[in-house]
Design a binder for this molecule. Structure first.
Ligand code: CTP
Length: 400
């Protein structure tokens, strides 16, 4: 959402990873950004400008001396228009030229002339990456406020294995969103989000778990980041990638989640408990694998886990979730009162298109004054922003 109607200048330089920039351009465009691609001459050897023009529906620039397109003095126009400039892939060459303040092509000129934040996603051979000259250049740029999306580790086109692979599109995209959202309505706020379903061990190979993909909690963490918050995500096991720009703490059990939450909330303004926390855990988890005994049945003794939300006190805004299969609003209101919440997000888990595993959710928001707001079926990031709209209102009302 933070990308909608934003102007993104995407710099593409001469690396074999240049083709991956097409995916980034596509995702930025789909998210509603106006994407102006500026290519170095070397980049045009790896991928055709037509590819980017077709994806972005906008002119692609590569030379300072082309007949003017819709821009008047192109490097100045792009530099002024940009809300953010991202260079992906960024070669050792462009990093060196930017560090030296050289302005010998359109991309360098645009970066030199802009006041917008600049993000670099380097991609190069491992030896070039590890070369102290490259590292010193990057350090210099970091000190000037450039954001660097660290390259990944793996096999390279040149046959080597090591650091220097262009970061995944999702990481670059996440960084662009974080940079664009840094002045949002949650700027300066510290938000703690829990996600996923805790796992309570029975023995070293088995556990009792809750059905939860973690998607709603992760969407909340990313949405809060995109509105400028400093976010801590306390995650029970999920198959999701750690969000960029969010401090992620991994836990397994309800007791571990409790400790992580209590540690994190001491400095927090907001706690959003989206995790499905197990209410019971096996009383005596086996240290070795429990073997079955022919036909005999087995009884597990379970003990209660602490209620984390109820334990958290203090002036912070507390948001809970109520996953219900019947009496949705009645049960949610009871939990809101019992746990001393400012807001509860109630969802009916019997609907196929909302709740567990799916990418959409249909929820009712109920606040401490009893106001109810029934949201339509929305993608989970959309639900996350609607929840955060309410959180921002509550923070403002509490003058926090
Ligand atoms: N929660 C918590 N600690 C627990 C259990 C739940 O902090 N031990 C939080 C959840 O993260 C959620 C809210 O409390 O935000 C409600 O969770 P839910 O499981 O729906 O409710 P319970 O209170 O556990 O009640 P029940 O399982 O009986 O419906």
């Amino acid at each position: 959402m933070v990308l909608r109607d934003k102007s993104v200048v995407l710099g593409v330089t001469g690396s074999i990873a240049a083709y991956k920039a097409a995916d980034l351009a596509s995702k930025l465009t789909q998210a509603g950004a106006a994407v102006d691609v500026v290519m170095t001459r070397a980049a045009t050897e790896f991928i055709a400008p037509l590819t980017f023009r077709s994806i972005t529906h906008r002119p692609v620039s590569s030379s300072m001396f082309n007949a003017p397109t819709e821009y008047e003095i192109e490097h100045i126009a792009l530099a002024e228009r940009a809300d953010v400039i991202a260079i992906a892939p960024a070669t050792a060459d462009i990093i060196a030229r930017l560090a030296a303040g050289i302005a010998d092509d359109l991309l360098c000129c645009t970066v030199l002339a802009t006041r917008a934040p600049v993000i670099l996603a380097p991609a190069m051979n491992v030896n070039m990456w590890e070369n102290p000259i490259t590292q010193e250049n990057l350090e210099r740029l970091r000190a000037r406020g450039f954001r660097v999306v660290e390259p990944g580790y793996g096999a390279m086109a040149c046959g080597a294995t090591g650091a220097g692979r262009l970061a995944d599109t999702e990481r670059i995209l996440g960084t662009i969103q974080q940079v664009l959202g840094s002045g949002g309505d949650l700027a300066g706020k510290c938000v703690v989000v829990t996600a996923g379903g805790t796992q309570e061990p029975i023995d070293p190979v088995r556990h009792i778990g809750n059905r939860s993909s973690g998607k709603m909690g992760y969407a909340l963490a990313e949405a809060a980041r995109d509105r400028g918050a400093e976010v801590t995500l306390i995650s029970a096991p999920t198959s999701l990638a750690e969000p960029v720009g969010v401090e992620t703490v991994h836990v397994q059990t309800a007791l571990e989640m409790r400790q992580a939450v209590l540690d994190a909330v001491s400095t927090a303004d907001v706690l959003i408990m989206a995790a499905a926390v197990a209410d019971y855990r096996p009383a005596n988890a086996g240290k070795t694998k429990i073997k079955k005994e022919s036909a005999a049945d087995m009884t597990l003794e379970l003990v209660r886990t602490p209620d984390i939300l109820s334990e958290v006190k203090g002036g912070l805004v507390k948001v809970g979730f109520a996953a219900e299969s019947e009496d949705l609003v009645k049960n949610a209101v009871a939990k809101l009162k019992e746990k001393g919440l400012d807001l509860i997000v109630a969802n009916d888990i019997t609907a196929a298109d909302s709740g567990f595993d799916v990418d959409t959710n249909r929820v009712v928001l109920i606040d401490g004054k009893g106001n109810q707001e029934e949201l339509p079926l929305l993608p989970k990031p959309g639900v996350a922003h609607r929840i955060l709209d309410r959180v921002a209102d509550i923070l403002a009302a509490k003058k926090m």
